[in-house]
Design a protein. Sequence first.
Length: 114
Amino acid sequence: QVQLVESGGGLVQAGGSLRLSCAASGSTFSIDAMGWYRQGAGKQRELVAAISSGGVTNYADSVKGRFTISRDNAKNTVYLQMNSLKPEDTAIYYCNNYFFKVSWGQGTQVTVFS
Protein backbone atom coordinates (compact mmCIF):
# COMPACT_ATOMS: atom_id res chain seq x y z
CA GLN A 1 0.00 0.00 0.00
CA VAL A 2 1.36 3.37 -1.00
CA GLN A 3 2.15 5.75 1.83
CA LEU A 4 2.84 9.46 1.46
CA VAL A 5 4.79 11.52 3.97
CA GLU A 6 4.99 15.28 3.48
CA SER A 7 7.50 17.51 5.23
CA GLY A 8 9.17 20.90 5.02
CA GLY A 9 6.36 23.22 5.99
CA GLY A 10 6.71 26.02 8.48
CA LEU A 11 6.13 29.63 9.40
CA VAL A 12 7.58 32.15 6.96
CA GLN A 13 7.31 35.85 6.27
CA ALA A 14 5.73 37.00 3.04
CA GLY A 15 8.31 36.98 0.27
CA GLY A 16 10.16 34.07 1.79
CA SER A 17 10.72 30.54 0.52
CA LEU A 18 10.10 26.98 1.60
CA ARG A 19 10.87 23.62 0.04
CA LEU A 20 8.40 20.83 0.63
CA SER A 21 9.21 17.16 0.24
CA CYS A 22 6.94 14.17 -0.28
CA ALA A 23 8.35 10.70 0.26
CA ALA A 24 6.26 8.03 -1.41
CA SER A 25 6.47 4.28 -0.99
CA GLY A 26 5.44 1.93 -3.76
CA SER A 27 7.13 0.32 -6.70
CA THR A 28 5.23 2.30 -9.34
CA PHE A 29 6.33 5.75 -8.20
CA SER A 30 8.64 6.33 -11.15
CA ILE A 31 5.82 5.88 -13.65
CA ASP A 32 3.17 7.77 -11.74
CA ALA A 33 2.24 11.38 -12.31
CA MET A 34 2.25 13.17 -8.97
CA GLY A 35 0.66 16.33 -7.70
CA TRP A 36 0.93 18.79 -4.85
CA TYR A 37 -2.37 19.96 -3.40
CA ARG A 38 -3.31 22.42 -0.69
CA GLN A 39 -6.26 23.09 1.54
CA GLY A 40 -6.72 26.42 3.25
CA ALA A 41 -8.97 26.92 6.24
CA GLY A 42 -12.59 26.65 5.15
CA LYS A 43 -11.61 25.94 1.56
CA GLN A 44 -11.68 22.93 -0.70
CA ARG A 45 -8.51 21.09 -1.50
CA GLU A 46 -7.01 22.34 -4.75
CA LEU A 47 -4.30 21.20 -7.12
CA VAL A 48 -1.23 23.42 -6.95
CA ALA A 49 1.22 21.68 -9.26
CA ALA A 50 1.64 18.38 -11.08
CA ILE A 51 4.50 16.52 -12.69
CA SER A 52 4.41 13.60 -15.10
CA SER A 53 6.67 10.59 -14.93
CA GLY A 54 8.78 12.24 -17.62
CA GLY A 55 9.03 15.58 -15.85
CA VAL A 56 6.36 17.59 -17.67
CA THR A 57 4.92 20.11 -15.22
CA ASN A 58 1.72 22.06 -14.81
CA TYR A 59 0.79 24.76 -12.31
CA ALA A 60 -2.25 26.52 -10.98
CA ASP A 61 -2.39 30.10 -12.21
CA SER A 62 -2.06 31.38 -8.65
CA VAL A 63 1.42 29.90 -8.24
CA LYS A 64 2.88 30.09 -11.74
CA GLY A 65 6.30 31.69 -11.71
CA ARG A 66 6.65 31.25 -7.95
CA PHE A 67 6.44 27.49 -7.33
CA THR A 68 8.46 24.71 -8.94
CA ILE A 69 7.62 21.02 -8.73
CA SER A 70 10.30 18.42 -9.28
CA ARG A 71 10.91 14.76 -8.60
CA ASP A 72 13.72 12.36 -7.84
CA ASN A 73 12.58 8.90 -8.89
CA ALA A 74 15.63 7.26 -7.33
CA LYS A 75 14.46 8.58 -3.97
CA ASN A 76 10.73 8.18 -4.60
CA THR A 77 10.39 11.83 -3.65
CA VAL A 78 8.54 14.81 -5.07
CA TYR A 79 9.49 18.37 -4.15
CA LEU A 80 7.76 21.71 -4.22
CA GLN A 81 10.00 24.76 -4.15
CA MET A 82 7.92 27.75 -3.11
CA ASN A 83 9.32 31.24 -3.59
CA SER A 84 7.82 34.70 -3.13
CA LEU A 85 5.31 33.29 -0.71
CA LYS A 86 2.12 35.23 0.00
CA PRO A 87 -0.29 35.07 2.95
CA GLU A 88 -2.86 33.49 0.63
CA ASP A 89 -0.51 30.52 0.22
CA THR A 90 -1.21 29.59 3.83
CA ALA A 91 -2.63 26.06 3.83
CA ILE A 92 -1.91 22.44 4.57
CA TYR A 93 0.00 21.01 1.63
CA TYR A 94 -0.41 17.42 0.49
CA CYS A 95 0.98 15.28 -2.28
CA ASN A 96 -0.78 12.44 -4.04
CA ASN A 97 -0.84 10.42 -7.21
CA TYR A 98 -2.33 12.64 -9.91
CA PHE A 99 -4.56 10.10 -11.67
CA PHE A 100 -5.12 7.37 -9.10
CA LYS A 101 -5.48 8.85 -5.65
CA VAL A 102 -4.27 6.89 -2.68
CA SER A 103 -4.87 7.59 0.99
CA TRP A 104 -3.91 11.15 1.83
CA GLY A 105 -1.00 11.73 4.16
CA GLN A 106 -1.08 14.13 7.09
CA GLY A 107 0.20 16.99 4.99
CA THR A 108 2.53 19.75 6.07
CA GLN A 109 1.38 23.14 7.33
CA VAL A 110 2.58 26.27 5.56
CA THR A 111 1.83 29.58 7.24
CA VAL A 112 2.82 32.85 5.58
CA PHE A 113 2.55 36.05 7.59
CA SER A 114 2.80 39.61 6.36
